[in-house]
Design a binder for this molecule. Structure first.
Ligand SMILES: Cc1ncc(COP(=O)(O)O)c(C=O)c1O
Length: 464
């Protein structure tokens, strides 16, 4: 006979599954799958691991969603939030400040490169992107260039789901259901060197070519109409495209030449993901705006931040001008308290140093997978890697839509999860597996990821 506790737990699980099936709407999820299968329910986390409601353990190979930098179960972060909630649970940043927002703004301005000294808080990344575009538009209206409003971004790049941010996003299939979106956004090539359409044998020439496409679009559209270019330091969607050497330096020159704002969308890349507070530091370029979120609190509370240069704040410092924009929960006191604690721990526990010291080991471990026939490319930087899957390594032939559907949705996502690795199998571009674990991970976690991937990818090849 079953132990009574187990019976109770099984009944609770069944009840939860039924309620989930009847009432919960998951994000970016195909719900038909859950008519016949249980929804995975995650109940607990500790360090680099999470557990489901049946007690099974998984290595959190995606830090939730590029979020949980310090890992799970940190009572110091939880207590920082609880303490703030009992002191001042909420007050908005609409004409009032609170100490946490002030201190965090000062801290972020200190970390941000150059004269990026002004911090506008949001609740997440899409809102930070949205805020940056709105700021660019209003700034140019106030400074005598009112026709500058267009935005350039890269193919397959993801910049969020609010309609402005979605318009900037470069993934056609994700936008189609919501057309017409905000007009005036334009796409340029990304920095996928594995599939470079030009200069495939010279990465610097390829980077120069890719950057020059931005100048081409600005010229074509008319510099007097273009407000900003939005670029991630390492482009996530498509599977971790690092910038070729010199790419951002050339982009900076182009932006200066045409007075176009360079927005570094660091929603994933900031706060240690690349071993620095900001990706712009890692690659040595100066943005006009940084958009960030995710890792700022390590996920213990939601928060985003748009960090703008002094120049962009200038017109709002005198007279009656107001940036006509805000979010009730932007810069929530609990979130800013957690973020301050998070950044304090970053310093005390030398998190960026840890990432820089271990990233080569992570890469080397993942590169062992290149001996598998299905693994075409391993790319990325810091604790942020994409593994591109191919049908034919020699020709780099990719999978058809049907094969990709069978491979990623039909097999890989579930098989990796069943084997104890939570990560992402993604086909917004060519099929990739993405890994971005908590920044506390080290060799034992890298080995575990490699072993699970090896077993599952080996099997996938036999099923093709
Ligand atoms: C580069 C980038 N920008 C914006 C966003 C949107 O952030 P959020 O989901 O917090 O709105 C994301 C989310 O993954 C992102 O990766």
């Amino acid at each position: 006979m079953m132990d009574q506790d187990l019976v109770t737990k099984a009944v609770d699980r069944d009840r939860l599954q039924e309620a989930a099936r009847d009432h919960l709407w998951l994000h970016f999820s195909r719900h038909s799958v859950y008519q016949e299968n249980d929804m995975p329910v995650i109940v607990r986390g500790e360090g680099a691991y999470i557990w489901d409601d049946q007690g099974r353990r998984y290595l959190d190979g995606l830090a939730g969603l590029f979020v949980n930098q310090l890992g799970h179960g940190r009572t110091d972060l939880a207590e920082a939030g609880a303490k703030q909630a009992s002191t001042l649970a909420f007050h908005p940043l609409w004409s009032y400040a609170h100490p946490g927002a002030i201190e965090l703004a000062e801290k972020l301005a200190g970390y941000a490169p150059g004269n990026l000294n002004r911090v506008f808080f949001t609740t997440g990344g899409g809102e930070a992107v949205e805020s940056a575009w709105k700021l660019a538009k209003q700034y140019f209206k106030l400074t005598g260039k009112p026709t500058k409003h267009k935005v350039i971004s890269r193919n397959i790049a993801y910049h969020g789901t609010p309609q402005g941010a979605l318009s900037i996003t470069g993934i056609a299939g994700m936008k189609a259901p919501f057309e017409p979106l905000v007009p005036s956004t334009f796409r340029v090539p990304n920095t996928n060197f594995y599939r470079a359409p030009e200069h495939a044998d010279d990465i610097e020439a390829f980077g120069r070519w890719a950057a020059d496409r931005i100048a081409e679009v600005i010229e074509f559209e008319g510099p007097e109409t273009v407000a900003a270019v939005f670029l991630e330091p390492v482009q996530n969607s498509g599977g971790c495209f690092p910038p070729p050497p010199g790419y951002f330096q050339r982009v900076r020159e182009i932006c200066d030449q045409y007075d176009v704002l360079l927005v570094s969308d660091e929603v994933i890349c900031a706060y240690g993901r690349l071993g620095h507070m900001f990706g712009a530091d890692r690659y040595g370029y100066q943005p006009d705006i940084i958009t960030s979120a995710k890792g700022l609190t390590s996920g213990y509370a939601p928060l985003g931040a748009m960090i703008a240069s002094d120049r962009l704040m200038e017109p709002f410092l005198t007279g009656q001008h107001t940036f006509l924009h805000g979010y009730t929960f932007g810069g929530h006191p609990v979130s800013t308290a957690v973020a301050l604690k998070n950044l304090e721990i970053f310093k005390e526990e030398k998190i960026n140093e840890h990432v820089r010291a271990n990233e080569s080991a992570f890469r080397n471990t993942l590169e062992k997978l290149l001996d598998l026939p299905i693994v075409g490319d391993v790319r990325g930087d810091g604790y942020f890697y994409g593994i591109e899957l191919v049908k034919d390594k020699a020709t780099k032939e990719t999978f058809s839509d049907d094969e990709s559907e069978r491979l990623l949705r039909g097999y890989l996502s579930k098989a990796l999860y069943d084997a104890g690795l939570y990560c992402r199998a993604d086909d917004r571009g060519d099929p990739v597996i993405q890994l971005a674990p908590p920044l506390i991970c080290d060799q034992e976690h890298f080995d575990e990821m490699e072993q699970v991937l090896r077993t599952v990818l080996d099997k996938a090849w036999t099923l093709l």
